[in-house]
Design a protein around this ligand. Structure first.
Ligand code: 4AD
Ligand code: MG
Length: 431
């Protein structure tokens, strides 16, 4: 008898198979027991008919507790009434691990309770569907950048640099020196681009931000491509093709997960249409003012402003060329204006805000040195980075996609904490 996974049931109709499962729920009457089962790959129903099984098996089926693990054997049947489409007519049950008083019962629980039990909650259908989509986005990321000729260059996690400013650094000791957990792999990707042309990194990044919003994690995963001999406009084209590819991949490969989450596919399909609109920061400020937002030129947009802008276009929208004073030191200055830099944030619609931040990079040694000093950073720590401008500096651009922000938007969840297996939040490092 073949051991299979539930997800492959369609290939084994009318066959007798063996599956390792957990019980998620059950219902029984005098002659029949319906077992809701999961094996990690999918959820489906096992039917135990009193007349088909031994007395012991039927009694066992009625007594099984939520999240007991077991081997079952039985025959796979089509089941047109269920969403999954297949079920198993159970013949034998062998309990592997008992489970008593499983804390996450089928009733409603509060978010703090669920997050305290995240290690168990991951088994439930919504978190499971979200993680399936996370996995697909990671898979599609590698596919996209490999196809486009990028080389993956891993950036270090322990660093001496602070590319995104010194206010939200995680400090640690590195033997007798100071070190920080990486805020961004960007500076290392720039070195990579000078050695491999087009590169990307994918890794955890850390921001000790005291923000308690639905968009901020303390530890999040970022995808950071960096391209040599490339100006900002070409980078924007890669960004929008990448996002459209991610959305299309989820539509193509995660239909069940999207249905579990109640995410409408037609809405997602709109986001595969390119190009995405582009507006300048200046235009964005004007548009916001015309719509009664109290914004002055020079301030960063908050969540209400970002939500308005993307909803106004009902598409992801690039906001170009922000004020220099609110952006990091490494961005390329505008050729004719000294108050803005060559950069773009990509704002997602439906209230999800910034999912990508990127820019063309400053290439001039003296300018960059000055900016490092002005940012209050120690130029000695950035000497290696300045070498990239000493030895064959070229125009180059890059960007960072916050993976959890992208997942939250694509799944339609309402908080980034849902988008990562074990979220680190201002008040949470457990489990
Ligand atoms: O805009 P950020 O800070 O840009 C950078 O770090 C650049 N060095 C990237 C680059 O050009 N290589 O962050 C990039 C993205 C944001 O657009 C957002 O999606 C996500 O990272 N992000 C966060 N996601 C979750 N929690 C946080 N606290 C985040 N901070 C940024
Ligand atoms: Mg940003």
């Amino acid at each position: 008898m073949q051991q299979i996974n539930i997800i492959d049931a369609k290939d084994h109709v009318d066959e007798k198979v063996k599956i390792g499962v957990w019980l998620t729920n059950k219902r029984s009457s005098g002659k029949i027991a319906f077992l809701q089962l999961r094996d990690g790959t999918a959820f489906f129903q096992g039917v135990v008919l009193k007349n088909n099984v031994s007395e012991e098996v039927f009694e066992l089926a009625k007594e099984l507790k939520q999240e007991s693990s077991m081997w079952i054997t039985g025959v796979i049947h089509e089941d047109s009434r269920s969403k999954f489409g297949y079920e198993i007519a159970v013949e034998t049950i062998e309990v592997i691990g008992e489970s008593h008083d499983y804390p996450i019962t089928p009733k409603e629980h509060g978010i703090d309770f669920l997050m305290d039990h995240r290690h168990l909650w991951l088994r439930s259908s919504r978190p499971h569907a979200t993680m399936i989509i996370r996995n697909e986005l990671i898979r599609a990321t590698y596919e996209f950048f490999n196809k486009e000729g990028f080389t993956k260059i891993d950036a270090p996690i322990l660093t001496g640099s602070a590319p995104e400013g010194t206010t939200d650094l995680f400090h640690t000791e590195y033997f007798d020196r100071d070190a920080y957990l990486s805020q961004s792999g960007q500076l290392y990707e720039e070195a990579g681009a000078m050695a491999f042309d087009k590169v990307f990194s994918f890794g955890p990044t850390f921001r000790a931000e005291k923000s308690k919003t639905r968009r901020h994690l303390i530890e999040f995963w970022m995808i950071e491509p960096e391209m040599a001999f490339m100006h900002q406009e070409q980078s924007l084209e890669i960004q929008e093709r990448y996002i459209a590819f991610l959305v299309q991949s989820v539509i193509d490969h995660c239909a069940d997960a999207l249905e579990t989450l109640g995410r409408d596919i037609e809405t997602l399909k709109k986001y595969t249409q390119l190009p995405y609109p582009r507006i300048s920061y200046d235009e964005a400020v004007e548009l916001l003012k015309q719509n009664d937002f109290d914004v002055d030129w020079g301030v960063d947009f908050g969540s209400p402003e970002e939500t308005f802008l993307a909803d106004h276009f009902s598409q992801p929208v690039f906001v170009l060329n922000y004020p220099k004073s609110i952006k990091p030191f490494y961005m390329k200055p505008h050729p004719t204006r000294d108050d803005v830099v060559i950069c773009a944030d990509l704002l997602a619609p439906e209230g999800y805000g910034e999912i990508i931040g990127g820019s063309e990079r400053a290439t001039d040694y003296d300018y960059l040195y000055d900016q490092i000093v002005k940012a209050g950073l120690d130029p000695k720590e950035y000497d290696w980075y300045l070498d990239l401008r000493r030895y064959g500096s070229v125009p180059h651009s890059g960007f960072g996609l916050g993976l959890e922000r992208a997942i939250t938007w694509i799944t339609g969840e309402d908080h980034v904490r849902e988008a990562i297996p074990f979220p680190r939040l201002l008040n949470r490092i457990y489990p």
